[in-house]
Design a protein around this ligand. Sequence first.
Ligand code: ATP
Ligand code: MN
Ligand code: MN
Length: 371
Amino acid sequence: AEATTPTPVATVSQYACQRQTTTENNNKIFTDAFEVLAESYEFNEMEGPCLAFRRAASVLKSLPWAVQCLGATEDLPCLGEHSKAVMEEILQYGRSFEVEKILSDERYQTLKLFTSVFGVGPKTGEKWYRRGLRSFSDILAEPSIHLNRMQQSGFLHYGDISRAVSKAEAQALGNIIDEAVHVITTDAILALTGGFRRGKEFGHDVDFIVTTPELGKEGHLLTSLIDQLEQQGILLFCEHQTSTFDMSKLPSHRFEAMDHFAKCFLILRLENSQVVGGLHDAEEGGRSWRAVRVDLVSPPIDRYAFALLGWTGSRQFERDLRRFARMERRMLLDNHALFDKTKKEFLAATTEKDIFAHLGLEYIEPWQRNA
Ligand code: ATP
Ligand code: MN
Ligand code: MN
């Protein structure tokens, strides 16, 4: 008998940084369900199952085909018993009863509502829930509740900032910030990052990196930029965090830890007339502007590539880059640096490609990082 070579089947990696994931999701019915489950576990502080469902969703998002029977998932990583049971329900009945139960759960609904406010995380949401509060009017009518500045702005601009930001609006904001930053330094570097860099059509905010080609000159950039936006009358809210970056520190082990670069979380006023193809004054009940959430981060130029890679996301892609570095390469990666634990040295990078190369990973384009 002739020897037969088995047909090689392209295996799907358990790491999102070894998969290409565009914004086209062929398995949305499953991944939406997994996202509800993950969030529900997050609200109950069960990190393990939460991450498991996020990983499962991420694997399905990378598939160029739609799962049509459970058998098709046999060779896929990160899908456990629970994930498969949910998928089976959806395949059979078109919906998951477990997910529907969560969606109709009062605690889930309330925490979902509360955490949709800018400045309110699961901890604060939980605290309010435990005090018996169930709606925004409950919170605003409760005299003993102190809202911080961020939460006050979150409520004030709730309607606007919970509405998705379009690509055209992101571009308009890019032009405004580009102009403002170049008034300060003619050679300033500005890059769009976050979801819009990954090619998303809509986002919850717009993320930018700003720096200078000369190391150290970025120090006052954000402060000056904030002053500029204030003078233009478009700064509706600003929380500025100055840099606590210490270049001798090892990359953080904890993923969710924030980075130490100077950054600011803003709400900006965007005029409709500044948006190409935007609505005209009369079209929206006389409102000629909307509020938009904008994040700016300002790393020193020698950390630019790490910051760009870290802020481009997606969050799952970032988690898996770090996990891959640690588990497969004995390296530590975060938004500031890459450290090789075997060689006991930092690995420098000027581009994202350098970082992928250090990690021995095939380069993944930003629009393929929608894991
Ligand atoms: P969306 O369209 O919802 O905004 P997004 O992918 O842009 O999607 P963001 O929450 O804006 O989501 O985050 C963009 C990236 O920046 C993510 O990869 C996240 O890890 C990173 N990031 C966000 N906030 C911080 C922070 N405070 N410190 C460090 N990294 C952050
Ligand atoms: Mn974003
Ligand atoms: Mn952001």
